[in-house]
Design a binder for this molecule. Structure first.
Ligand code: SAH
Length: 364
């Protein structure tokens, strides 16, 4: 019997607080089924069986930033770039509504083509059709965030990626951790539902640093946390020189399996510590495991973000290789994920799925 683990899990499930050391113990588990089980019960208790679907529109893969691990990085010359014009973005959002989605997520690289004026127009048009709207378009000034909020945007998603200063400097050159934290503070101050999250498994990232990330997300506190396993992209410098290395190739599968499992553990710990927030089963998880999103939904997650982008662009929004559903249509994705959700006894929510804060004495 793992009695100390049982004690930590009981404490987390009741008090929703753990020390960094206790979090680390959970992240180090080899057999972590008790952890994901505990997270699944907490999810059930606080949020029930509803899964919220968010229609994802990836409207531009141009990016002014140069994150070392990301396929959209400025210096990646191999990637064919695209932009969707504002009118077409609005059309895609309307179509997504016709498939039954209640939330639109607009996602892109950091593309200055979309001026504040263009974005405000897109946001206010989409808001006319009574849908919740999330933006995931990177770092902006306070004034820009304010303009989008005034135009009606409800939520903003900006992953902190890592709170480790050294890793951040190494992987996000030209950016600064303190500015990213400031952006999240501004987003929160403006009354957006605030989403953040991390990437899990960057070479050099330790479990201890991930434990600190988890406590940071709780300290904000976020309304939503997205956890994505790192996947090697051959068109980025993280991969550089390794393509010819046979040993690396054989280790790659094991490495990515490990990132998948660590991401599940991180998600489960987050659910225990923040029982009522929204946690998506991310696309990157399904890329590494054909059942990834279902496994995530049974380990604490309560949100899925199906792709509502059309045609070639699905493939071209290539953050990492092997992205799922690149040849599908938005209609097929909606149908397919709905069936998967029903197959595990869960239901698709008919609401916009705002963060419902628990009014529960034992969770403060
Ligand atoms: N520009 C926006 C959104 C871009 S989407 C923003 O900054 O929020 C980019 C997201 O994909 C990042 O937040 C990162 O966490 C994830 N990502 C990038 N490269 C990745 C990789 N190789 N493997 C897994 N996830 C990756």
């Amino acid at each position: 019997m793992n009695t100390d683990i049982d004690l930590i899990l009981n404490k987390a499930a009741l008090e929703h607080f753990l020390t960094e050391k206790e979090i680390l113990r959970l992240l180090e588990l080899k057999d972590f089924s008790a952890l994901t089980c505990a997270a699944d019960s907490v999810r059930q208790k606080y949020l029930g069986d509803e899964v919220h679907l968010r229609a994802l529109i990836e409207f531009s893969n141009y990016c002014g930033q140069n994150c070392v691990y990301c396929g959209l990085r400025r210096d990646n010359r191999v990637l064919e770039r695209y932009r969707i014009e504002p009118d077409e973005i609005i059309e895609l959002a309307k179509k997504a509504k016709s498939y039954g989605y209640k939330t639109i997520v607009l996602q892109s690289g950091e593309d200055r083509y979309y001026s504040v004026e263009k974005l405000v127009k897109i946001i206010s048009e989409i808001k006319k059709s009574d849908m919740a709207l999330t933006l995931r378009i990177g770092e902006k000034t306070y004034e820009e965030y304010k303009a989008f909020r005034d135009a009606g945007a409800d939520r903003y998603l900006l992953r902190i990626e890592t709170t480790d200063e050294e890793l951040y400097a190494k992987y996000d050159p030209g950016m600064s951790l303190s500015n990213r934290k400031q952006c999240l503070e501004n987003i929160k101050k403006l009354g957006y539902e605030t989403g953040s999250g991390i990437i899990v498994g960057l070479p050099g990232q330790t479990l201890q640093s991930i434990a600190k990330d988890i406590l940071y997300l709780k300290s904000i506190p976020v309304d939503m946390a997205g956890i994505g396993p790192f996947i090697y992209n051959p068109d980025t410098p993280v991969y550089c020189g390794k393509t010819q290395n046979l040993e690396f190739k054989t280790r790659l599968k094991e490495f990515e399996k490990n990132n998948f499992e660590t991401s599940l553990k991180v998600m489960a710990v987050l659910r225990l510590l923040m029982p009522d927030i929204n946690i998506p089963a991310t696309t990157a998880m399904e890329t590494l495991n054909p059942q990834g999103r279902i496994i995530a939904l049974q380990s604490g997650a309560n949100v899925v973000m199906p792709n509502a982008t059309e045609g070639e662009r699905r493939k071209q929004y290539a953050i990492y290789p092997g992205k799922i559903c690149i040849s599908d249509t938005p209609a097929k994705c909606s149908f397919c994920i709905t069936n998967k959700i029903k197959s595990i006894g869960r239901t698709v929510s008919q609401h916009q799925g705002f963060h419902k804060k628990a009014i529960n004495k034992e969770y403060i």
